[in-house]
Each structure stands twice: as C-alpha cells, then as structure tokens.
Design a protein around this ligand. Structure first.
Ligand code: FAD
Length: 388
C-alpha cells in the first residue's frame, strides 16, 4: 500500500495532535487518535492564545466555541524587567487581541471537534511500546485502564509533546537506542496555577522577569488569573525548592510581580514540570513516523506562540501528506521554510530573557522605542496568513 494512504495513528490529543486529526479526517482519511489523559484536564501552560491561532480555529471549525468559552480578550502585554523600563506591546501589533482561555477548555473543544468529524479518539490510553520491522514502525501497544491492546497503522504521528513518547517507544523497539537531547543547560522547572485575588487590569498580560527566570499572568474564563513561570533548575535548588520558596525568593524580587500577586491564592494545586531545554528535534524517524507540535520543536514559552506552532505544524504536515513526492523531504522543506527564521529569533530572545543584565538593557532600549518592540515581537510570529 502507498504509505501516504491508509490508516494514520496520532499519539497525543493536545493542539498539534487534535488539529492534525481534524485536518486529516476532513480530507477523508482514516484516523485514530490515542490520548493518555481523559479530557477535561488541566495542562501546564501560560494559556495565552495568540491571535494568529484564530485563522486555524476557523479552518478547524472551532472558532465560535473558542470565542464563546468565556475567556478574556487580551489587548496589551507588558514586560517588566527586574529593573529598568517596562516594554508594552499592544494587541494591535498582531492585528487583533489575543485570548486568555484555559487549556482545559481549549484542548477539550479541539478534541470534541475531532470526534465530531469522525476521528476514532481513544482517551485514557498511553503509548506503552511499539513493534518495528526492518527499521520501520508497524504497530503500537496501548496501556489503558481496561488492559493493553495493539493498533497497527500505515503512518504514525508523535504529537505527545516534549516527551516524544512514541519516538522513544519506536527507538526501543528498533533497538536504535533512545536519543538524548544535547545538554545545553541544567534544565528548567515550570510552574502553573489558577489564582484568585491577583491585581491585574482587565485585558492585560504581564510578563515578569526575575533572577533565574520569568513568568506571565493573564485572566482566563471564570475570572481566574493563570500564573505560569519558568525557572532554571539551579535557581530552584538554590532557594531550597518548593513553589512557595520560589515565589517568595525569586519571583517576588520583581516588584511588579510582588504587587500583582502577593495577596493571591491558588484555587488549584500548583502544577510543576521539569525539562531540559528548547529547540528543534527530528521531523521523521524512518518513512512511517513523523513528529509535530512540541515533539518537532519546542519554542520558548514567553513568545506566547507554542500553541500557534502546534497548529501551524499540523497544517504543514497535512499539506505534505496531501502532496506528491518523498514525504519526509516534502515535510522537512515546508517546515524549514515556515519556521527556520522564527526559531532563530526565539533562541536569541531566550538568551536575553535569562540574563538579567541583558534583559534590562534590551528593555531599556525597547521601552523608548515602542515600534521597535512591536517589530521584534512580530519576528516571533508568521509572516502573513497561516498555512492553508
Ligand atoms: C511554561 C510554559 C508556558 C507556556 N505558555 C504558552 C502560552 O502562553 N501560549 C502558547 O501558545 N504556548 C505556550 N506554551 C507552549 C505550549 O504549551 C506548547 O507549545 C503546546 O502545548 C504544544 O502542543 P502539542 O500538542 O505539541 O503538545 P502538548 O500540548 O504537550 O500535548 C501532548 C499531548 O500528548 C499526551 N501524551 C503524552 N504522553 C502520551 C503517551 N505516552 N500516550 C498518549 N498520549 C500522550 C498528553 O497527555 C497531551 O495531551 C508554554 C509552554 C510552557 C512549558
């Protein structure tokens, strides 16, 4: 069988996996999507949906439910360095306001749409292992509450995020050894919770830089403020670990963060996750296994465009799957054309963000030049309209 036809198995039901499933099912393909969790569920994220996502939502048939889910429209983003000038990026820099909406709501809307367009969605089922023959992925085994089962397919997509669970299962099965990301740092820890009682003006997203990291706040549905921040692992260790220590001894060193958050209370347990770093991964592993979303590239969170990249990369892979020629080459070519410049700019900004002096210098320069700040922010986003 032509591998470009036949059944597609997508592992992961986040924005990359669910949107790809919708696109492929709408194009008439037989798609099964396997998701470890049962939705709705919270997800560690800044929950800032950049406005370029709306064109994708419209294509996917979910714009109306997304906008009607009670989230807050975000009209400005303010960057507060540890010292120095505040940089303000108005929503108009990106055409229209962004949206603050929980991942619990957003991911559920996408997965419901996938079910509605005929995707066979299996929730509560984690990829446990894989079967490989002659170096190619043939089938996956799932671990569910009811036991284990195996599913064969012609094309497999790893949309499980940074963990790349399907790639790792394949590498174990093929005996190639599991790849380890190049160690560029001692890693990061990210935290997130929904808060009550935070001081935050309507329609605003604030980004606070502090020793060892940065974090953001914006409102989501129901009036809660989502607080999500990222800290270097060694900074977390240096204050003895624990979210309270990190808040008190690192985050609140930024006076604006302290003023906004000191009287707030978390209305859910804090979520925390650690990871090694950012950047590009492989786009394919043999002719049958492809990566999309964070599994393909993990973009720096403070650009607020990881979900956009998840939606865009699914559009790029769907386009490659619908075109002629070598699928691996076609996907790599389309992907590079769309994301190369953006990933480069984001890596430069990341280096500035984690260096207090550089962040202060950059904010001092950009604070006096609002148009330069807007232009720089736009470089972290696509040129024009999304891939169609
Ligand atoms: C601290 C932080 C803040 C961020 N803030 C923002 C922001 O404000 N705005 C923005 O646009 N982006 C933000 N991002 C980035 C954004 O969260 C990601 O880019 C986006 O979630 C990627 O989507 P995805 O579908 O590729 O992966 P994910 O959203 O990670 O989805 C992967 C899915 O796979 C499932 N899964 C995992 N393992 C298995 C398995 N073994 N079997 C089956 N299923 C599995 C998971 O349950 C999950 O549902 C942030 C990231 C971080 C770390």
């Amino acid at each position: 069988m032509n591998k470009r036809e036949g059944k597609v198995l997508i592992a992961g039901g986040g924005p990359a996996g669910a949107s790809l499933a919708i696109r492929l099912a709408a194009a008439g393909r037989d798609v099964v999507l396997v998701e470890r969790d049962r939705f709705r569920r919270h997800k560690l994220c800044g929950e800032f949906i950049s406005p370029e996502c709306f064109g994708h939502f419209a294509e996917l048939g979910v714009l109306q439910p997304m906008l009607a889910a009670g989230g807050e429209r975000i009209t400005e983003t303010l960057f507060f360095p540890l010292s120095g000038r505040t940089v303000r990026i108005p929503g108009r820099a990106f055409g229209e306001p962004a949206l603050g909406l929980s991942r619990s709501a957003m991911d559920a809307i996408l997965l419901d749409r996938a079910k509605a367009v005929g995707v066979d969605v299996i929730e509560g089922a984690a990829i446990a292992s894989a079967t490989a023959e002659q170096g190619e992925l043939r089938a996956v085994s799932l671990r569910t509450g009811e036991g284990a089962c195996e599913i064969a397919a012609d094309i497999f997509i790893d949309a499980t995020g940074r963990g790349k669970a399907l790639v790792k299962a394949f590498q174990r099965a093929a005996g190639t050894g599991i790849e380890r990301p190049a160690k560029r740092s001692n890693g990061f820890v990210a935290f997130k919770a929904h808060l009550r009682g935070a001081e935050l003006a309507a329609g605003r997203c604030e980004i606070h830089f502090f020793p060892g990291g940065y974090g953001g706040i914006n409102r989501v549905e129901g009036g809660a403020v989502n607080h999500c921040f990222l800290v270097r692992s060694e900074a977390v260790k240096s204050v003895g670990g624990g979210v309270e220590n990190v808040l008190e001894r690192l985050v609140y060193k930024n006076a604006s963060a302290r003023n906004a958050l000191i009287d707030s209370k978390a209305e859910m347990d804090w979520m925390a996750v650690s990871f090694e770093g950012f950047g590009r991964s492989e786009l394919s592993y043999g002719p049958r296994l492809f990566t999309v979303g964070d599994a393909a590239s993990f973009i720096d969170p403070f650009t607020g465009s990881g979900m956009l990249m998840a939606l865009e990369s699914s559009a790029v892979l769907a386009e490659a799957l619908a075109s002629a020629g070598d699928l691996r080459e076609r996907y790599a070519e389309l992907y590079s054309r769309r994301f190369r410049r953006r990933l480069f700019v984001c890596s430069l900004l990341r280096n500035a963000a984690f260096r207090t002096r550089t962040a202060t210098f950059v904010s001092a320069a950009l604070g006096g030049l609002p148009f330069a700040a807007e232009a720089l922010a736009r470089l972290t986003r696509p040129h024009a309209s999304p891939a169609r």
